[in-house]
Design a protein around this ligand. Structure first.
Ligand code: ADP
Ligand code: MG
Length: 561
């Protein structure tokens, strides 16, 4: 087959432009990205071989190799992992499939200045393309395990790339960067220096479970030099806490999550006894773009005795904690464990319960110790966490304890339910809330008039999930959660005789009018009654306490129910 030339997708081209003009200041991370991909490829090969013993491939010495050639100014990262087919190269390398990246590019276009762009690019993994920060040409040669022919991909990072079939490629992938001309001003960025490579690997990729080797350049006539292994391969979760630095934890987080930012929190858990496991979990500092789409991948990897078993292990945490990343290493599972087995395993269920409680108690800790970090957490993940109020009654108390809500009590400062209850006057029995689409629309609702008038605090709930959880939860510390738009609400203190009398008289006076209105509107409403909830507006529509709210009604109708 001849060499074919293809154009990059628009999005890919934009990313490449960014890489070439490198708004990102820390260029060293390109090597972390290439090593991370190589490590993933070795994980995948091991799994595929486990599933299909007949797969024609050599898995005797899985490893990653880094070669530098000072003369030619090239750097090569090679792995003997799963490799890619011709089609896969086109699909995985030539396009940007990741929806998060597409969202990132949109934000990037909106960020006008360089500084904005640099901040943003630091937030998104750009993986393979980051090679173009340091290279003016990249070539990738790969052969998929089990296939006979290989593929060569090459690009100068401009509008196009080429693909061709090659007859004799070794299995796995090698990525060769043709480095940009050396900067005599800045020796720190000499990626042909073995010292530099050693340092970067140690810093970013030490925990990678496969050996990363480097063959030093031949010193004159000394025979073939021994390759040197650059990483310790020590699983961070198996080392004692005081032997691991925060930076090391953070690098593991970046490898697992493909996020370039620091995590918000690192959580460790060691379970001993009949079912032993170690967990190292991370709370990210930002919600990914696809958190609410179906193809969002969970971020917890399952290991068995240091051996990688699977990505996105859904059984380890409930769906409402799907943003948590990390590793769980179980000692007593079979290496062949499948999703089906996991779904039925009693130990896995116990593990899920324990990990869930640990995550929630960590959030609680953050809340007590560091209100700013808590605010970040809740802003990013509060909406997801509230799903747990509907689906996980066992933990709903723990979730409510870390939940906060917008309120009429204060401007932008959210409140917890505990704080709300503390502020309640003696005569107030219930916790009031209003649901709606936006803060502005709920604040302008006529239902709010009397509450504002009487100075009664109302929670302003504007996430769609709010309507569902308030019903599921029902009450907090014995206080009912009540919608200000539902049912009869009597805000006047009971036992106020004068008010009672006055109301009776009003009811008599208006009986005729109410009856007449009720008849005229019989088709549309259940009842017309006098209300104390309004101060300015003459009338408002109220639903029964048990009725669906308008927004929910709309949602169900849209679903065809
Ligand atoms: P990410 O790793 O976040 O998916 P990358 O841009 O780093 O994004 O890589 C894109 C895809 O290309 C990977 O998901 C993988 O499928 C494929 N790929 C990259 N490098 C390798 C490699 N060394 N071996 C096999 N596949 C690879
Ligand atoms: Mg990658």
């Amino acid at each position: 087959m001849p060499t074919e030339t293809f154009e990059f997708q628009v999005e890919a081209r934009q990313l490449l432009q960014l890489m070439i003009h490198s708004v990102y200041s820390n260029k060293d991370v390109f090597l972390r990205e290439l090593v991370s991909n190589a490590s993933d490829a070795l994980d995948k090969l091991r799994l595929e071989k486990l599933r299909d013993d007949a797969l024609d491939t050599d898995v005797s010495d899985p490893h990653i190799e880094i070669d530098v050639d000072k003369e030619a100014r090239t750097l090569t990262v090679r792995d003997n992992g799963i490799g890619m087919s011709y089609d896969e190269v086109g699909r995985l390398i030539g396009t940007i499939a990741n929806s998060g990246t597409a969202g990132f590019l949109k934000e990037l276009r909106e960020a006008e200045d360089e500084k904005g762009a640099e901040g943003l690019i630091g937030q998104f993994g750009v993986g393979f393309y980051s090679g173009f920060m340091v290279a003016d040409e990249m070539t990738l040669v790969t052969r998929r395990a089990g296939e006979s022919k290989g593929t060569r991909w090459s690009s100068r990072g401009e509008a196009t790339y080429t693909l061709e079939t090659v007859e004799d490629a070794p299995q796995g992938t090698s990525v060769t960067l043709h480095l940009k001309p050396a900067d005599p001003e800045n020796q720190l960025h000499d990626y042909t220096s073995p010292w530099k490579i050693r340092e970067i690997v140690k810093r970013y990729s030490d925990f990678i479970t496969w050996p990363i080797r480097m063959v030093p350049e031949t010193a004159d006539g000394d025979g073939t030099p021994e390759p040197e292994t650059l990483n310790s391969m020590k699983a961070l979760w198996a080392r004692s806490r005081d032997q691991v630095t925060d930076d090391e934890y953070h690098e593991l987080y970046k490898h697992i999550s493909h996020d370039w930012r620091e995590p918000l929190e690192t959580i460790r858990l060691q379970a001993e006894g009949t079912f032993e496991y170690q967990a190292l979990l991370f709370l990210p500092s930002h919600a990914p773009y696809d958190l609410f789409t179906r193809d969002h991948k969970r971020g917890v990897q399952l290991y068995v005795k240091r051996v990688f078993i699977m990505d996105d292990c859904e059984e380890l945490l409930p769906p409402y904690l799907r943003f948590v990343k990390g590793v769980v290493d179980a000692a007593d599972l079979s290496l062949n464990v499948s999703r089906e087995i996991l779904q039925q395993d009693r130990h896995i269920r116990m593990m899920q319960r324990r990990l869930t409680k640990k995550v929630l108690s960590t959030v609680k800790e953050i809340m007590t110790k560091d209100s700013e970090r808590y605010a970040t957490f809740w802003r990013e993940f509060g909406t997801v966490l509230k799903e747990g109020l509907v689906t996980d009654s066992e933990n709903s108390e723990a979730i409510l304890a870390v939940a906060s809500f917008a309120t009429t009590h204060s401007g932008d400062e959210p409140t917890t339910l505990a704080q709300y209850v503390e502020r309640m006057g003696d005569e107030q029995k219930d916790i009031y809330y209003i649901t709606g689409e936006s803060r502005q629309s709920v604040e302008n609702s006529p239902h709010m008039e009397a509450f504002r008038d009487k100075g009664i605090e109302v929670l302003l709930l504007t996430d769609p999930v709010d309507e569902v959880w308030v019903d599921a939860v029902g009450e907090y510390q014995g206080k009912k959660l009540r919608s200000v738009t539902k049912g009869e609400i009597d805000l006047d203190a009971k036992g106020d005789e004068q008010a009672d009398e006055e109301r009776e008289k009003q009811a008599e006076d208006y009986a005729g009018l109410l009856g007449w209105m009720g008849e005229r509107l019989a088709e549309d409403i259940k009842e017309v009654r006098l209300s104390t909830r309004l101060t300015v507006s003459p009338a408002c529509v109220v639903s029964d306490a048990q009725d669906l709210t308008p927004a929910l009604e709309q949602m169900y109708r849209a679903m065809g129910q």
